[in-house]
Design a binder for this molecule. Structure first.
Ligand SMILES: Cc1cc2nc3c(=O)[nH]c(=O)nc-3n(C[C@H](O)[C@H](O)[C@H](O)COP(=O)(O)O)c2cc1C
Length: 332
């Protein structure tokens, strides 16, 4: 399907998750069937004034075709310049964060605070389009800030030229608590013609089907449920084709599940480590990798041992050895 100028192999998206969706994890999600994986949120200002520090967040691997970066900020002019920056040249899609609930961000007028300012939202989209006229421009919103206004904001985004909108169906005031309210996604879908991605609490194929059927959304974005379980993308894409896996990209690991999607946590971890090691060194690398390894180990025979060993690991070699020894399919 088309997302603005970008071509997607299916309608499954990996959500941006700060601290998790690094290039390594994005590659694994795509290998399991996600059509598109968003970067962690990147400061538009940081990109302009602190390029070196931002570069790690902007690293992408060969698996990401097309590739998507998410920016946060509040000043249209900064967004315009960031969108035009050579650092973003390789990205096909620029997504604007209009949903981050973190107090530090919101107090600054960024993230979900933008939901309170429709004219500013429109200016930002117009500025990004102006800075990067050849790119697909999308926005990720919440149901609202402290009242539901997503349908109105989505219509404004469309009018300003956005190519698609993702709706995380919670108010900012809810942070991540309570159930996502899919009726808001349904309303947004009624309010715009651009593709709508539904997001919030999708943890299984059944959740995916329920969200699509109830709201009519075009795409589905999955966040937390993919951490430690990127195979969810294969399970869902298989679901739509009678149990036969589709949309699996590139070479896949050595264990085949019943749906035909090949999965092996060891291979996932090793690929993630390999990609992380290309651009992220020492402490930062092990901190990132440890969180993922702990998540992968959930439900495995040696889950406790894996977690203890991973937390104590000091190098990528040690983490690789843990994956080799404890995370192949015969340890499930
Ligand atoms: C740890 C964490 C980090 C997140 N980081 C971002 C982010 O950088 N940008 C963003 O738009 N949303 C971010 N989100 C929100 C998710 O993208 C998503 O909207 C939310 O988790 C609901 O989807 P889910 O139920 O599938 O996880 C984050 C959520 C979590 C839990």
């Amino acid at each position: 399907m088309k997302l603005g100028k970008a071509e997607l192999k299916n309608n499954l998206l990996l959500a941006p998750l700060a601290g998790y969706t690094d290039a390594g994890f994005r590659a694994v999600a795509i290998r399991h069937g996600a059509a598109l994986a968003f970067s962690e949120m990147v400061s538009a200002k940081g990109l302009l004034y602190n390029g070196v520090k931002t570069e790690e967040l902007l690293f992408t691997s060969k698996y990401e075709i097309p590739c998507a970066v998410q920016l946060f900020g509040k000043e249209p002019e900064i967004f315009r310049r960031a969108a035009a920056s050579p650092l973003l040249e390789k990205f096909n899609i620029i997504d604007i964060n209009m949903g981050c609930p973190v107090p530090k961000i919101v107090k600054n007028g960024e993230g979900a605070a933008l939901m309170k300012d429709k004219p500013l939202v429109m200016e930002i989209i117009a500025a990004v389009k102006d800075g990067a006229p050849k790119k697909t421009v999308t926005a990720k919103i919440r149901s609202g800030f402290d009242r539901v206004n997503a349908p109105e904001i989505a219509a404004a985004l469309e009018e300003a030229g956005a190519d698609a909108v993702t709706v995380h169906a919670r108010l900012r005031s809810q942070f991540y608590a309570g159930a996502a309210d899919y009726s808001v996604i349904k309303e947004v879908k009624r309010s715009v013609k651009i593709p709508v991605a539904g997001n919030g609490d999708v943890r299984s194929k059944d959740d995916y089907l329920r969200l699509r059927e109830y709201t009519g959304c075009d795409l589905v974005m999955i966040g937390r449920a993919a951490v430690g379980n990127p195979r969810i993308f294969g399970e869902i894409s298989g679901a739509e084709t009678d149990g036969h896996a589709v949309a699996v990209f590139g070479e896949i690991s050595d264990a085949t599940s019943e749906t035909g999607v090949k999965t092996d946590k060891k291979a996932d971890v090793l690929l993630q480590l390999e990609i992380l090691a290309e651009y992220c060194g020492g402490h930062a690398l092990t901190v990132r990798a440890k969180k993922h390894i702990a998540a992968y180990s959930k439900g495995m025979k040696n889950s406790k041992i894996i977690k203890i060993l991973a937390m104590g690991a000091r190098s990528i070699e040690e983490l690789k050895r843990i994956a080799e020894k404890y995370m192949s399919a015969d340890n499930y």
